[in-house]
Design a protein around this ligand. Structure first.
Ligand SMILES: [Zn+2]
Length: 268
């Protein structure tokens, strides 16, 4: 049974949806709350912010329940909202209200993402990317694309940028075990912001990849005379054998936050 107000990681949420959904979720409708903005989140008040939105939706908007199926908080944690098997209150005429078990999945990200205000970044971005990719296979629409006169999810978030994020982290995992501030930077200054893995045909690149290769002694690709991190099969193998030595529960060959912590350390 779907339960309102449960807090979990993005990965847990995807599992929760799999376990509780009898519906076909066609695409993700992406919203930003505008209010509350990120400032309203104090690191603990998940439930009171969620309840505030729910009250507003029921009492001021006259809806039967909170509009969204999920809320993503600035720290990347996800809270359940409306039953996933009911159509959302996302955008007029786009909610697929006919109760046929086919409707969009609606997510609200806490923040005012209009230009010059909050930034969608870090664990919150990773969680949004993870949900859109894993729940609706990367298919999404912004609220403003369905309703004229809206900037939602925020004028600071462009479609092309968000699509880029989906591609870049298309199987990216968010922070499951640690918060971003708990993980040390790699010696080259790279931070853990996404799960690194070998993606055939679309290999991940970046200073985080390079840091992992340096740490594990994998020779990097050289491009224009400079080492260039590309997460290929060799890196995957090196990561897997490192994970076995580090007694990982599940040596996947992917660098999630646990493996990053083992590679580069954790701030106590
Ligand atoms: Zn919206």
């Amino acid at each position: 049974m779907w339960q309102y107000g449960k807090r979990m990681t993005a990965k847990e949420f995807v599992e929760y949806v799999k376990g509780n959904s009898r519906s076909r979720l066609t695409e993700t409708h992406v919203h930003g709350t505008w209010s509350p903005s990120k400032k309203a989140f104090n690191g603990k008040n998940y439930r009171s912010l969620q309840d505030g939105m729910r009250r507003f939706h029921i009492h001021s908007r006259g809806w039967s329940d909170i509009g969204q199926h999920a809320t993503i908080f600035p720290d990347g944690k996800v809270m359940t909202g409306r039953d996933i098997n009911r159509a959302p209150a996302s955008a007029y005429d786009h909610n697929d209200l006919d109760n046929d078990g086919v409707h969009p999945f609606m997510v609200e990200m806490i923040g005012n993402f209009d230009k010059g205000h909050d930034k969608l970044e870090g664990p919150q971005l990773a969680a949004a990317v993870y949900l859109v990719n894993h729940i609706t296979g990367g298919r999404f629409r912004f609220h403003r694309e369905m309703q004229a006169g809206k900037s939602c999810p925020g004028s600071g978030i462009t479609r092309s940028w968000f699509e880029q994020q989906l591609k870049h982290g298309r199987c990216a995992g968010p922070f499951d075990r640690y918060q971003p501030g708990q993980l040390k930077e790699a010696p080259n200054g790279a931070k853990f912001t996404r799960t690194l893995q070998y993606v055939r045909g679309n290999q991940m690149t970046g200073s985080d990849v390079l840091a992992v290769q340096r740490r594990l002694g994998v020779a990097p690709v050289i491009k224009h005379g400079k080492p260039y991190g590309v997460y290929g099969p060799k890196t995957e193998r090196a990561v897997r054998s490192f994970q076995k030595k580090a007694r990982a529960k599940n040596p996947t060959g992917e660098v999630g936050d646990w493996t990053w912590g083992k590679l580069f350390g954790i701030l106590k």
